[in-house]
Design a protein around this ligand. Structure first.
Ligand SMILES: NC(=O)C1=CN([C@@H]2O[C@H](COP(=O)(O)OP(=O)(O)OC[C@H]3O[C@@H](n4cnc5c(N)ncnc54)[C@H](O)[C@@H]3O)[C@@H](O)[C@H]2O)C=CC1
Ligand SMILES: O=C(O)C1=N[C@H](C(=O)O)C[C@H](O)C1
Length: 246
């Protein structure tokens, strides 16, 4: 039995994680903590899951590492600087495992992998991410990570990450944001959960790779896999890919 604590327990994701942990025979929910509540209840946990806010997650994570707790983090906002900071904390606390994943959906992980594989075969690539209007940040963590993977694959193939573009922008934002040279467009629309299209275009043909999370339960197999494996993975793991043997 693994004792699990959840941070952000009353949020959309946190509540779904609490239900998934309670439904699993090999996991016990020992603490469910939200904003302005005492984190000390998490001391009974072996693994803490964080789905809070980009502005709160670093303080939470520091607290977990300092208290010898493994952490599975879905909260967005992790750039290279933040990841380096977490690596520093973990170097001083060997034996503790932290997994940070921008997306726990298995299909989303595959979408990112397929997009990176396809990226070197097309002259143009753009990303459109579409989410519910209560989302905290833009662009999504998934879109950022996808753009980074695509840009790395294109650089390795000797291609300019940015495709050809003769457009003069008359209005700021009309061509989206640039992440590592890849245009990323963010849509916020009632009725949506979490969706992304990677558009690739070349000589007389296009390829669209689309992923849809239609319900937050889509993230739960990935979260529970990480909870079960994190104690055997000291140090920092980024993304779910290593746990899926991709
Ligand atoms: N990696 C993944 O697969 C996914 C990541 N996310 C990310 O998870 C985060 C949360 O998303 P939602 O659940 O939709 O947001 P939400 O706003 O519904 O829930 C966040 C919860 O965290 C609580 N909170 C804020 N600060 C806190 C603190 N310091 N300690 C404890 N609780 C705190 C809030 O009160 C709220 O209940 C976002 O960054 C989102 O992008 C969301 C879905 C999937
Ligand atoms: O806030 C969300 O909802 C989501 N956030 C993550 C992200 O920013 O990529 C994962 C998923 O897209 C849902």
């Amino acid at each position: 039995m693994i004792n699990v604590g959840v941070l952000g327990a009353r949020g959309r994701m946190g509540a779904t994680v609490c239900a998934a942990v309670e439904a699993a025979d090999d996991l016990a929910l020992v603490a469910a903590v939200d904003a302005d509540e005492d984190r000390s209840a998490l001391g009974k946990a072996e693994v803490v899951v964080d789905f809070t806010h980009p502005g709160a997650v670093m303080d939470n994570l520091r607290w977990c590492v300092d208290n010898g707790l493994h952490a599975v983090v879905g909260t967005t906002g992790f750039d290279d600087d933040r990841l380096a900071t977490v690596r520093g904390w973990l170097a001083a606390n060997p034996g503790i495992g932290v997994l940070v994943a921008p997306n726990f959906g298995i299909a989303a992980v595959l979408m990112m992998r397929f997009a990176a594989q396809a990226a070197r075969f097309f002259e143009s690539v753009e990303i459109v991410e579409l989410h519910h209007p209560n989302k905290a940040d833009a662009p999504s963590g998934t879109a950022r990570r996808t753009a980074e993977l695509i840009a790395a694959a294109r650089r390795e193939a000797g291609l300019d990450p940015a495709g050809p573009d003769a457009t003069t922008t008359a209005l700021d934002g009309a061509r989206g944001a640039s992440v590592d040279g890849i245009p990323v467009h963010a849509v916020r629309l009632g009725g949506l959960v979490a969706h992304q299209e990677v558009l690739l275009g070349g000589s007389g043909e296009t390829l669209t790779i689309r992923h849809d999370s239609l319900d937050r339960v889509s993230f739960m197999p990935g979260v529970l896999l990480a909870v079960r494996e994190i104690s055997a993975r000291p140090g920092l793991t980024v993304g779910l890919d290593p746990l899926l043997d991709l």
